[in-house]
Design a protein around this ligand. Structure first.
Ligand code: B4P
Length: 191
C-alpha cells in the first residue's frame, strides 16, 4: 500500500500533481487546505477558526489539524487503499502524529515527494491563481507571509524526512507533465 506525502512551498504544485497521482495510483486524496476551505464555505465553527488563520497566511494549530486527520482516517474506509497527503504534515509535531496514526493502522509513510521551486516562480503562480481563485490568501501580502511561515515552520520537515530516508527531491519547475514523469520515476521503487 502506498502512502505518499506531497511536500513543498505554497504554489509548488502539490494540489496539481496530487490530481495526477490519484489517477495513476488510485489513491485517496487528503488535502487539508481543501478540507478547511470546505468548512469555511459551510460556515462551520471549524471554518470560522480556519478562516481567521488562512486569511492571515498562518498555519492552524497542530491539535486542530491532527484531530481533523485522525477523524477522517477513522471514518473513511477508502483511506485503507493508500493515501496522498497533500498539505499535511506542515510541522514536525504533525509529522510525528502522522507516523503514530499510520503505525496504529499497521502502515507507514512510503515516500515524501518534495517539489522544489524557485521563490519568484512560486509568487508568480500564486498571483496568477489569485486572479481567478477568489482565495483570501492569494494576494501578495499574504503570499509573502505564507512563504515566511513555510521557511520557519515547514522546511524543518525536509530534514526529518531526509534523515528517515523517505525524502525524494523533485525539480518542480517546467511543465506539469514533465514534473509528473519525475515523480513517477522517483516512486518506481516504492510499490
Ligand atoms: P493549501 O491549500 O495546502 O495551499 P497551497 O500551499 O497554496 O497549495 P496548493 O495545493 O493550493 O497549490 P499548488 O501548489 O498545487 O493551504 C492553504 C492554507 O490552509 C495554508 O496556508 C494554511 O493556513 C492552511 N492549512 C492547510 N493545511 C494545513 C496544515 N496541515 N496545518 C496547518 N494549516 C494548514 O498550485 C498553485 C498554483 O500553481 C495553481 O494555480 C497551479 O495551477 C499552478 N501550478 C502548479 N504546477 C505548475 C507548473 N508546473 N507550472 C505552472 N503553474 C503551476
Amino acid at each position: 500500500m502506498l502512502n505518499i506525502v506531497i511536500f513543498g512551498a505554497p504554489g509548488s504544485g502539490k494540489g496539481t500533481q496530487s490530481e495526477k497521482l490519484i489517477e495513476k495510483y488510485g489513491l485517496y486524496h487528503i488535502s487539508t487546505g481543501d478540507l478547511l476551505r470546505k468548512e469555511i464555505k459551510a460556515g462551520s465553527e471549524l471554518g470560522k477558526i480556519a478562516d481567521s488563520y488562512i486569511s492571515k497566511g498562518q498555519l492552524l494549530p497542530d491539535s486542530l489539524i491532527i484531530d481533523l486527520l485522525a477523524k477522517l482516517l477513522d471514518t473513511t474506509p477508502e483511506t485503507r487503499q493508500g493515501v496522498i497527503f497533500d498539505g499535511f504534515p506542515r510541522t514536525i509535531p504533525q509529522a510525528e502524529a502522522l507516523d503514530t496514526m499510520l503505525a496504529e493502522r499497521g502502515t507507514a509513510v512510503s515516500a515524501v515527494i518534495g517539489l522544489e521551486v524557485d521563490e519568484a516562480e512560486l509568487i508568480d503562480r500564486l498571483l496568477k491563481r489569485g486572479q481567478v481563485s477568489g482565495r483570501s490568501d492569494d494576494n501578495l501580502e499574504t503570499i509573502k507571509k505564507r512563504l515566511d511561515v513555510y521557511h520557519t515552520q515547514t522546511t524543518p520537515l525536509r530534514d526529518y524526512y531526509v534523515e528517515n530516508g523517505k525524502y525524494k527531491a523533485i525539480h518542480g519547475m517546467g511543465s506539469v507533465d514533465t514534473i509528473f514523469v519525475s515523480i513517477t520515476e522517483a516512486l518506481a521503487d516504492c510499490k
